[in-house]
Design a protein around this ligand. Structure first.
Ligand code: NAD
Length: 270
């Protein structure tokens, strides 16, 4: 049976956990060869072993890469192209939410800079090297589809809404991802390269749950969630799969929200 990403290749950053891990599994299930990149080598090797175990016909490789370093991203893209022959999907998903990120008065410059380095510059570099690689892909005339490539950049609902529980650098970095993605999508629209943002709502992954480490902190958020629950990483992976596949062939430059209705909410159900 032909999968939704059959014969495609994908590079996923932050693949050792959460959205990146679930997306690696789902992309492989749908037929893509996958390069899993993460700063945490042990985590990404474990994730890759899981992909290989579940989908033995798929090529899955692990690479240690810090998206805050341009050379690491270039090396990862080069590896994907040399191992798989081409790059079809780049999922710039890795991100951090630093525990010392706070409001305008308390956030230290080093926290701001580190957050921007990983969350915003890392996405820029991921786009840069993916675009260069995707420009080498032939357009699929037979199917009448532009299959130059799909780039997905993980932003966040906080790029759209204000929160009185501040993480200023994180919020600003994700706003930058949305704005940058829109502009890149326009610049490269006629090259057959689609570039979209994915805006998750609050999820039950280590990134958020390590931070919301008391029932009080979790309840402070849960009251605002229309569905009354945090999202699951796999629910974002399904959205990433749609953006990665040709099913979203007429979508570029969008802020694709997968947030349980959060950004549409005023008063939520009791
Ligand atoms: P997670 O913590 O489960 O996974 C993040 C992965 O990124 C980890 O494996 C980590 O090792 C890796 N990573 C961290 N810094 C890196 C770096 N410099 N280079 C390469 N890899 C690095 O988090 P998640 O919830 O799956 O988050 C994935 C993305 O979704 C992030 O960009 C995050 O900001 C965004 N997001 C998450 C939520 C949420 O509630 N969890 C909400 C909105 C947006």
């Amino acid at each position: 049976m032909s999968g939704r990403l059959q014969s495609k290749t994908a590079l996923i950053t932050g693949a050792g956990s959460g959205i990146g891990l679930e997306s690696s599994l789902l992309f492989a299930q749908e037929g893509a060869n996958v390069l899993l990149a993460d700063i945490n080598l042990a985590a990404v090797e474990k994730a890759t072993a899981l992909v290989q175990q579940r989908f033995p016909n798929i090529k899955a490789l692990a690479v240690k890469a810090d998206v805050g370093k341009e050379a690491d991203i270039k090396a990862a893209v080069d590896l994907a192209v040399s191992e798989f022959g081409r790059l079809d999907v780049m999922f710039n998903n890795a991100g951090i939410m630093h525990p010392e990120d706070d409001n305008a008065l308390n956030t230290e410059e080093r926290i701001w800079d580190l957050t921007m380095q990983i969350n915003l510059k890392g996405v820029w570099w991921g786009c840069k090297y993916a675009i260069l690689a995707m420009r080498q892909n032939p357009v699929d005339e037979a199917r009448g589809l532009h299959t130059g490539g799909s780039i997905i950049n993980t932003a966040s609902f906080v790029a759209i809404m204000g929160a009185a529980t501040p993480q200023l650098a994180y919020t600003a970095s994700k706003g930058g991802v949305l704005a940058m993605t829109r502009e890149l999508a326009m610049v490269h629209a006629r090259e057959g390269i689609r570039i979209n943002s994915l805006c998750p709502g609050p999820l039950k992954t280590p990134l958020l749950m390590d931070f919301l480490n008391t029932p009080e902190k979790r309840d402070r958020r849960l009251v605002h969630l229309p569905m009354g629950r945090f999202g699951e990483a796999v629910e974002l992976a399904k959205a990433a799969l749609f953006l990665a596949s040709d099913e979203s062939s007429y979508m570029t430059g969008t802020d694709f929200k997968v947030d349980g209705g959060l950004t549409s909410a005023y008063v939520t159900p009791l």
